[in-house]
Design a binder for this molecule. Structure first.
Ligand SMILES: Cc1cc2nc3c(=O)[nH]c(=O)nc-3n(C[C@H](O)[C@H](O)[C@H](O)COP(=O)(O)OP(=O)(O)OC[C@H]3O[C@@H](n4cnc5c(N)ncnc54)[C@H](O)[C@@H]3O)c2cc1C
Length: 466
C-alpha cells in the first residue's frame, strides 16, 4: 500500500510534463483504457500513458527507464497475444495519435503510430488511393505493418511493410530517428517486417496506389461437406490466377445468430472471399470460377465501395472475447493435409475461426533480402483463432498447441505469421530464416538492453541460447 502510494506520486510527476494523460488502476477509466481486443489477457500495467504527441512518447519512455519499469507499446491493441499490455509496468499507448495526411500528387500517406486501418482508408479513398493493409478496419497499422500486413491487395502490391517508404521512431535511448532507404537504412530495413523490437514508431510513410473507390468483392459461401471439392477446385484456379486476385478461405461453424437465416444456424461452412483489384467489369469474368467451385449456399459477390469491403468483417470479430491464436505458413498444402486439418478442427473445444489465405503474385515475388519479412515462398498462410471460456482455458491451450505441433512438419520450417501467434524464440528465429542474423545486428545497435521486448522478440540472448 505504502509502495503503491509512492508510485502514484511518481506517476503524477510524469503527468505534469504530458500533453496527454496517465491513467492508473485507481481511475474510473482504467478498465476501458486497458482493454485490448483479446479479453483473455489479464495483465495490468501500473500506469497507462495515453500519448497525444511524439514528446509524450519520449517522456513516457524516459520515465519508465528511469524507474526501471517494464515497458509495452500499444498501437491498435489488436495483437491476439496481448503484447500491448504488461504486468505492473508502463504501457505507452499511442491509440490517440491517429492523424493521417495524404499527398495526392506524390501518392504518399503519412500516418501516426496509433492510427487504425479505418483511419487510413477514410483519408486515402477521398483521392481514390489505397495501400495494402488488413481485412478488419479496427486493427492498428503499427503492429500490422511492422510485422507484415496481409490484406486483399497482397497479390498486386505485396504486404503493408512492402509499401512502407519511411518511418520516424523513438529509439531505446530516447532519440528521434527518421528512417528510410536513405537515412538509417539498416533500421528501416528491420522495421519492415521485424516487428516492434527496435523502438516506438510515431509516424509511418507509405506509398499509395490507385484503387477503388468501387471494387469487385467476391464472397461465396459453400457447405463444408463440399470442402474437399472446393479446396481442390480452388487450387486448380490458383494455377493461373492473376495477381489482382487474392483469395481468403474461412472455415467456421455458424452461430445461431438472429442476423443469420435459420437454415444457417450451426452449419459448418467455407467462405471464399476477396477482391479483384483491377476494373470491376473486367473482374467479373476473372473471378467467375471462384463462384462455382461447388454449389454455393449464398453468393454475395458484388461491386461495392472499397471502404465498405474493408469494414465488412468487423462485426464478425467483436472485441471482448477470449482468443488463442496460432499460425503456420505452407509452401504447398496437399488435399490429405487439408483433410487431416478438418479432422483436427472438429476436436476444437470452442468456436474456431479457421483461415487459409493463399499467396501468389507480388507478396511472393519480392526478394527475401528486400526487407525483414522473410516468408516469400508460401502458397498458404494458416491463421487460427480459438475462442474459449475461462472453464475451457486448459483444453483450449492444449488443442491450439497440439494443432501447431501436428502440422509444423508440413509447414515452412515452423515459420508462423508473427502477427497471429504468441511467438517463442524458436518460432521467431524460424520465421525470419536467413534475415535473422541481420536483425540481431540491428537490435544490438539500437536496443542492446532489449527495452522493447513485449513483441515476438528479436534479442541477443536468443541467438546465444539457440
Ligand atoms: C480482428 C483481427 C483481425 C486481423 N486481421 C488481420 C489481417 O487482415 N491481416 C493481417 O496481416 N493481420 C491481421 N490481424 C493481426 C494484426 O496484424 C496484429 O494483431 C497486429 O499486431 C495488430 O496491430 P495493433 O497495432 O492493432 O496491435 P497492438 O497489440 O497494439 O501491437 C502489436 C505489436 O506491435 C507493437 N506496436 C504497436 N504499436 C507500435 C508502435 N507505434 N511502434 C512500435 N511498436 C508498436 C506492440 O508493442 C506489439 O508488440 C488481425 C488481428 C485481429 C485481432
Amino acid at each position: 500500500m505504502h509502495k503503491r502510494k509512492g508510485l502514484l506520486g511518481i506517476l503524477k510527476s510524469l503527468s505534469e510534463v504530458l500533453t496527454g494523460e496517465i491513467v492508473v488502476p485507481e481511475d474510473d477509466k482504467y478498465e476501458e483504457t486497458r482493454a485490448i481486443f483479446n479479453a483473455g489477457i489479464t495483465k495490468r500495467p501500473a500506469g497507462i500513458v495515453v500519448c497525444k504527441n511524439e514528446q509524450d512518447v519520449i517522456e513516457a519512455l524516459r520515465f519508465a527507464k528511469e524507474q526501471q519499469m517494464e515497458i509495452s507499446v500499444r498501437g491498435g491493441g489488436h495483437h491476439v497475444a496481448g503484447y500491448a499490455l504488461n504486468e505492473g509496468g508502463i504501457m505507452i499507448d499511442l491509440s490517440q495519435m491517429t492523424d493521417v495526411s495524404v499527398d495526392e500528387e506524390k501518392k504518399v500517406v503519412n500516418v501516426q503510430g496509433g492510427a487504425t486501418l479505418a483511419d487510413i482508408d477514410h483519408e486515402t479513398q477521398k483521392y481514390g488511393l489505397a495501400m495494402p493493409t488488413g481485412t478488419v478496419s479496427e486493427t492498428g497499422i503499427a503492429g500490422l505493418a511492422l510485422s507484415g500486413g496481409f490484406g486483399y491487395l497482397r497479390g498486386k502490391l505485396g504486404l503493408s511493410c512492402d509499401q512502407m517508404i519511411g518511418a520516424t521512431l523513438i529509439t531505446a535511448d530516447g532519440n528521434v530517428l527518421k528512417t528510410s532507404d536513405h537515412e538509417n537504412a539498416d533500421l528501416f530495413w528491420a522495421l519492415r517486417g521485424g516487428g516492434g523490437s527496435f523502438g516506438i514508431v510515431t509516424e509511418f510513410e507509405f506509398q499509395l496506389h490507385e484503387i477503388g473507390p468501387e471494387v469487385l468483392a467476391f464472397d461465396v459461401m459453400y457447405d463444408l461437406k463440399d470442402g474437399q471439392q472446393v479446396f481442390r477446385e480452388l487450387n486448380k484456379y490458383l494455377e493461373n490466377a492473376p495477381d489482382e486476385v487474392s483469395v481468403n478461405l474461412t472455415i467456421m461453424d455458424l452461430p445461431p445468430e438472429p442476423m443469420l437465416p435459420e437454415f444457417l444456424h450451426y452449419k459448418s461452412v467455407m467462405v471464399v472471399a476477396g477482391m479483384y483489384s483491377g476494373s470491376p467489369d473486367e473482374g467479373k469474368s476473372v473471378v467467375g470460377p471462384l463462384r462455382e467451385l461447388a454449389q454455393p449456399i449464398i453468393d454475395n459477390t458484388d461491386v461495392i465501395p472499397y471502404v465498405d469491403l474493408q469494414k465488412k468483417l468487423d462485426p464478425m470479430v467483436p472485441h471482448g472475447q477470449r482468443f488463442l491464436p496460432t499460425s503456420l505458413f505452407f509452401e504447398d498444402l496437399s488435399e490429405e493435409v487439408f483433410e487431416a486439418m478438418m479432422i483436427e478442427k472438429e476436436k476444437a473445444p470452442g468456436p474456431l475461426m479457421f483461415q487459409l489465405w493463399e499467396n501468389h503474385g507480388e507478396v511472393n515475388q519480392i526478394d527475401v533480402s528486400y526487407n525483414a519479412f522473410a516468408v516469400r515462398n508460401s502458397k498458404y498462410l494458416l491463421l487460427l483463432d480459438l475462442m474459449y471460456t475461462p472453464e475451457q482455458e486448459e483444453a483450449a491451450n492444449q488443442w491450439i498447441h497440439n494443432f501447431y505441433t501436428t502440422f509444423k512438419a508440413q509447414s515452412i520450417n515452423g515459420a508462423a505469421y508473427l502477427n497471429g501467434i504468441e511467438a517463442d524464440d524458436q518460432i521467431t528465429e524460424s520465421t525470419y530464416g536467413e534475415n535473422y542474423q541481420r536483425l540481431l545486428k540491428v537490435k544490438e545497435k539500437y536496443d542492446p538492453e532489449n527495452i522493447f521486448h513485449n513483441n515476438p522478440n528479436i534479442h541477443i540472448n536468443a541467438a546465444q541460447d539457440a
